[in-house]
Design a protein around this ligand. Structure first.
Ligand code: AMP
Ligand code: ZN
Length: 494
C-alpha cells in the first residue's frame, strides 16, 4: 500500500487517517433513494461518489460490506403527505407498484453509469419490526414518548446527556428560534422533537397496526435501524448528500445514541451538490435533468446528448466535496477528456513488453512514470480525490502517446516500470474510476482491412482515395493517425 488513506469526517470536520474498526472489514452505509420518482443527475452524482469510494476501499484490499437502502415509506413531502402514497394516488396504483417501478428505474440508471450494486439493499417496509423495536428501546430509555398515537423523539431529555446538533453544528436554542411552526401541532412537547411513529390520517394509504396506533414510521428511523442491523452498533462509514446532514443524519445520530449509546458511524461523509447555474439540481426546482435526457440530448438546456461515460468522467473531474456546476461547455470538455483517456487506455491495453528487451534503461523516463503511478495513489488517498487522480492519468496518457509516436520505446523503461504503468492505468481508470471503453469498434478485422487500403492508397499517392477513406472512418468515430512508426488510429476526441 502506498501511503495512508485519509478521509474528511463531517462529524469532527477533520481529515483523519482511515482506521477501520474491524480490519480488513469495512462497513459502509449510504442513504439510498426515495423511490417515488425518477432519479435525477444530482442523485446520480452522490451515488457515483460513493461507488468510487466503495471501489477504492476494495482496491486497497478491504472487505467492504456496502449497504444502500431503498426508502419506500415515511419520507413526507412539504405538505405532510407520504411521497410514495401521494404518487400512488396520483397514478391510481398500489404504493408497492410505485416502489417497484422506481426501484427498477433506479437500478437501470445505476447500471447505465457503471455503478456497482451494493452488497445489501434493504427496504424500510421490510424492516418494520426492527423499527418498532428501536422505538420501544428509545421509549424505555426515556428518549421518546407517545402522544395521541404518535411517538416522538424527546430532544429535551436527549440533550441532558448528549449533544443534539453536533453533526450539522447547530445549537438547539438557534434551531428553536428558527422554528415557527409545530409539525404535528400540539402532539409534541418541543418543536424540535421529531416523529418516530406517526398515527395515520384516515386518507393515508400506507399504514400498519401497532400498539401505538394504526400508522407508519418516521423517515429517519429506517436508516438507524438498517445500518446497525447489518453493520453493527458501531460501523465505519455513513454517507449521503450534504442536504441529508440535517435533519436526517442528525436525527439518526440521536436515535443511535439514544437507543444504543453510540453514534453509529465512525466516519460521516457528505457529497456536495450538482448545481445548474449555481442552484442545487432538484426536482422541486424544475432544474433537474433525467439521465436519459442527458444521454439523448432531449432537453431545452442541452445542445446535444452525451454518452454515459462522458457524464461519469464529467462528475469525477471534481472532488466529491466540491459543488459541480452543470453546463454544455463543461460536458463538451469532458467528452474530449474522456476520449483522450479512452484512447490511452485502449493503447496501453494493446501493448505487451517485448521479449528480450531491457538493455539501456532510460532511468529518467522510468522514474517519471513511477512517480506518476505513485501520484495516482496519493490522489485517491487524499480523501478520494478523483479530480487529481484523473490529472495524473493524463500524464500517463502523455507517456503512452510518446510510445505510440515512437519517441519512447517500451524497452527503454524496463519490464517492471512497464508492468506498473499498465496495471496502474487500467486499475485506476477501469476498476477505481469505473470508466469503461464505450466505443467498441464493431469489427477490428474490417478496420484493419480499411487501414491496409489506406496505406496502399498513400503509397500510391492516390490522395482522393486517402481522403475518402479518412472521411469514411471519421464517420465511424475513428481518426487515422500517420505516425513515424506507421499508420495507427484513435477514437475521435471531440
Ligand atoms: P433523495 O432520493 O431525494 O432522498 O436523494 C437521494 C440522494 O441524492 C441523497 O443522498 C441526496 O442528498 C442526493 N442529492 C439530491 N439532490 C442532489 C444534487 N443536486 N446533487 C448531489 N446529490 C443530490
Ligand atoms: Zn438515510
Amino acid at each position: 500500500m502506498i501511503g495512508k488513506l485519509r478521509v474528511v469526517n463531517s462529524l469532527t470536520r477533520e481529515k483523519e487517517v482511515f482506521e477501520p474498526l474491524n480490519p480488513p472489514h469495512v462497513g459502509m452505509y449510504v442513504c439510498g433513494p426515495t423511490v417515488y420518482s425518477d432519479v435525477h443527475l444530482g442523485n446520480v452524482r452522490t451515488f457515483m461518489s460513493f461507488d468510487v469510494i466503495y471501489r477504492y476501499l476494495q482496491f486497497l484490499g478491504y472487505k467492504v460490506r456496502y449497504v444502500r437502502n431503498i426508502t419506500d415509506v415515511g419520507h413526507l413531502s412539504d405538505t405532510g403527505e407520504d411521497k410514495i402514497s401521494k404518487k400512488a394516488k396520483l397514478e391510481s396504483l398500489e404504493p408497492m407498484e410505485i416502489v417497484q417501478k422506481y426501484t427498477n428505474d433506479f437500478h437501470q440508471v445505476m447500471h447505465t453509469f457503471n455503478l456497482l450494486p451494493p452488497d445489501i439493499e434493504p427496504t424500510a417496509t421490510g424492516h418494520l419490526m426492527e423499527q418498532m423495536e428501536m422505538i420501544q428501546e428509545l421509549v424505555d430509555n426515556g428518549y421518546a414518548y407517545e402522544s395521541n398515537g404518535s411517538v416522538y423523539f424527546d430532544i429535551n431529555q436527549f440533550s441532558d446527556k448528549f449533544e443534539y446538533g453536533k453533526l450539522s453544528g447547530r445549537k438547539t436554542e438557534d434551531m428553536l428560534n428558527q422554528t415557527r411552526e409545530l409539525d404535528g401541532g400540539s402532539d409534541k412537547r418541543n418543536p424540535l422533537d421529531f416523529a418516530l411513529w406517526k398515527k395515520a390520517a384516515p386518507e393515508h394509504i400506507m399504514r400498519w397496526n401497532t400498539k401505538w396506533s394504526d400508522g407508519f414510521p418516521g423517515w429517519h428511523l429506517e436508516c438507524s435501524v438498517m445500518s446497525t442491523k447489518y453493520l453493527g452498533e458501531e460501523f465505519d462509514i455513513h454517507g449521503g448528500g450534504m442536504d441529508l446532514k440535517f435533519p436526517h443524519h442528525e436525527c439518526e445520530i440521536a436515535q443511535n445514541a439514544g437507543s444504543k449509546g453510540k453514534d453509529g458511524a465512525k466516519y460521516w461523509m457528505h457529497t456536495n451538490m450538482l448545481t445548474v447555474n449555481g442552484t442545487k439540481m432538484s426536482k422541486s426546482l424544475g432544474n433537474s435533468f433525467l439521465p436519459h435526457q442527458l444521454i439523448s440530448g432531449d432537453h431545452e438546456l442541452l445542445e446535444r446528448g452525451f454518452s454515459p461515460m462522458t457524464i461519469r468522467f464529467f462528475m469525477l473531474q471534481s472532488h466529491y466535496a466540491s459543488t459541480l456546476d452543470f453546463s454544455n461547455e463543461a460536458l463538451n470538455a469532458a467528452q474530449k477528456g474522456y476520449m483522450k483517456l479512452a484512447n490511452g487506455l485502449r493503447l496501453i491495453k494493446s501493448y505487451e513488453y517485448p521479449a528480450g528487451g531491457q538493455e539501456d534503461i532510460n532511468q529518467k523516463q522510468a522514474d517519471q512514470i513511477n512517480k506518476i503511478c505513485d501520484n495516482c495513489h496519493h490522489a485517491m488517498n487524499d480523501d478520494f480525490n478523483t479530480a487529481l487522480a484523473i490529472g495524473h492519468l493524463f500524464n500517463l496518457v502523455k507517456k503512452v502517446n510518446s510510445i505510440q509516436a515512437g519517441q519512447l520505446k517500451l524497452e527503454e523503461i524496463g519490464q517492471e516500470t512497464f508492468d506498473r504503468m499498465k496495471t496502474t492505468f487500467i486499475s485506476f481508470a477501469e476498476d477505481i474510476l469505473g470508466l469503461r471503453l464505450e466505443s467498441e469498434i464493431s469489427s477490428q478485422n474490417l478496420l484493419d482491412v480499411i487501414l491496409e487500403e489506406y496505406k496502399s492508397a498513400k503509397e500510391a499517392k492516390n490522395y482522393d482515395k486517402v481522403d475518402e477513406l479518412r472521411a469514411k472512418l471519421k464517420s465511424e468515430g475513428v481518426i487515422v493517425k500517420d505516425m513515424k512508426t506507421g499508420i495507427d488510429w484513435a477514437f475521435e476526441e471531440s
